[in-house]
Design a protein around this ligand. Structure first.
Ligand SMILES: Cc1ncc(COP(=O)(O)O)c(C=O)c1O
Length: 283
């Protein structure tokens, strides 16, 4: 069971193991809708909560439900490194947690990197085999695996970036707070809830407005880059093409806009972004 709004790889991973993604709608902010058990059928094996934009799904509730339905929980924590729920890190709640260290992530390498987390020893052993051509030791192949090792250089970069992680998180939260304070009076603008809380790592600052495309063009003309995460929901993509009721996810695809948010933004740049957005809504 996969949320309809996520990065495409959440569903690609499902197809790659020979399973079928069953999509379910999200809530208004892009987290798997709480009634996802309605998607469960006798063949269902796992549910994938995605901590979209860095905001964590309620994992106590999800885990309880998954356990009662005998489903594995695979946490997609690709966007949520550094978020904690009741002091427990994103990625450590499921049977397996998946992290991404793609350069734009809160902890980013300079190229491709990622990580799986699990507390189950047998699973850990199998994952280690899979990521290195099924070899427990050199030239002994126990299963068909692949090359999914973190490149050594990228691992070294991550060790360095880790030292700046806390400081960078603080910078993200400071910028997020400035946006919240500046935009709270704009009635027609939806703001990300809970972005200053510890179970949100302020990865993306996604606002919601019916005038999304107009605002995006306006900001682009002023030299302010924005992004859409993501403009097409998975069930409506060619490889999946499933008809269904994914109203909240579709709405987010149509009205969501990610504002610049990263620790390298200078305070004067944030001033300009805020001023541009206020000017747009004053028009
Ligand atoms: C929600 C989500 N899942 C999975 C991924 C995949 O991560 P990677 O690009 O490191 O394979 C991403 C990356 O953007 C993501 O945002």
């Amino acid at each position: 069971i996969v949320p309809a709004m996520t990065w495409v790889s959440t569903a690609e991973a499902v197809v790659m193991v020979g399973a079928k993604p069953v999509f379910w709608d999200t809530d208004e902010e892009g987290l798997l809708r709480k009634d996802w058990e309605k998607a469960v059928v006798s063949k269902s094996k796992a549910v994938i909560p995605v901590h979209l934009y860095g905001k964590m799904v309620d994992m106590t509730e999800l885990n309880e439900k998954a356990k009662s339905l005998d489903l594995f929980v695979i946490e997609d924590g690709a966007q949520a490194f550094g978020a904690f729920q009741y002091g427990r890190a994103a990625g450590t709640w499921g049977d397996v947690g998946c992290l991404s260290f793609y350069p734009t992530k809160n902890l980013g390498a300079l190229g491709e990197a990622g990580m799986c987390l699990t507390q189950e020893a047998e699973l850990a052993k199998k994952i280690r085999l899979l990521l290195n051509h099924g070899q427990p030791i050199r030239d002994q192949h126990e299963l068909v695996g692949r090359n999914s090792r973190i490149d050594t250089l990228q691992a070294a970069f991550l060790n360095v970036m880790l030292k700046y992680f806390k400081e960078n998180q603080q910078k993200r939260k400071t910028i997020a707070k400035r946006y919240l304070d500046a935009f709270s009076g704009i009635e027609e603008l939806g703001l990300p809830s809970g972005i200053l809380d510890s179970d949100h790592n302020a990865h993306l600052f996604v606002i919601q407005t019916e005038k999304r495309n107009e605002l995006r063009d306006f900001l682009a003309k002023k030299g302010v880059g924005t992004a859409i995460h993501f403009p097409v929901i998975l069930p409506e993509m060619k490889p999946f093409a499933i008809v269904g009721d994914f109203e909240n996810a579709r709405n987010l695809a149509n009205i969501g806009l990610s504002l610049p948010l990263n620790p390298y933004l200078r305070s004067v740049e944030v001033d300009v972004i805020i001023e541009c957005i206020l000017a747009f809504f004053r028009k």
